[in-house]
Design a protein around this ligand. Sequence first.
Ligand code: ADP
Length: 293
Amino acid sequence: MTEPQWNLEPKFDFVDKHRVATNKKCSLAKIDTETNGPFEGKDHGRAFTHQAVIDIRDLQYKMFTEGKQSLLVVLQAPDAAGKDGLIRKVLGQMNPQGCRTYPFKVPSAEEAAHDFLWRVHKCTPAAGKVSIFNRSHYEDVLVVRVEDLVPKSEWQERYEIINGFEKLLAHRGTQILKFYLHISPEEQLERFKKRLDEPTKHWKLNAGDYEARDKWPQYREAYEDVFEKCNASYAPWHVIPADKKWYRDASVAAIVRQTLQEMNPQLPSIDADLDEIRRLYEREAAELAAKKN
Ligand code: ADP
């Protein structure tokens, strides 16, 4: 049987479709958690992702050799929305020499003894590199707000501080891309069940996940505030329909690829004398051939 010929360049603007509009209240309830986008189905989406990941790798290679710009990808989501899967299947496919993932958990005692950006700043990408944040500084206006971990007067000031921080990163050549994986409570429960049924996933089980489900509306409100207050052009938010894993992967891959294309990294120009190097090579090759004969 021959492979179907999928259209791997569908006319569909993923950025435009999923980018959160600026300076406007975003209502998550009005955004679908499930879509096929331009794809005929799962196999089509997966074929698209496969090609997009290859393109992302090529572009990352150029950015790495160029050594000037950098990319920061921020992932936020409810539990089981698929941050880990997305990293494994799409973002983590980049060359690890130039790309690193940083998970942000409950702050350690040392981290908690500093300002909330202290642990974050040192994980931002150097020139030519990519950092992936699995959770991020946004937890400091999400879980911290919903769980009442610091007074309102304190977390309220953080939006502006975050904007300043992200502006600083952009100022030195870091493109920031932020993704919220938008999953429905029904799909989340389904995935919790799969974790229960699958012994190799038991390590992921956590009674706290059910407490967070009770606070779904509070988290939703906290996210909507983040989208409204921290969504500058140099650090845009995207809401990704994530009930279908293959669509989540395809749309994030498309947006990362498009962003890297727009950054337009260039292989460095070379100072070396190519003719001279070719001459040296030919001399070595001739000597080796002569030895063999
Ligand atoms: P994940 O759910 O990302 O796979 P974990 O199950 O270890 O990883 O959860 C990490 C936890 O750390 C989350 O519940 C998250 O809300 C919490 N966390 C992250 N950053 C902070 C923070 N700044 N303050 C309090 N809790 C945080």
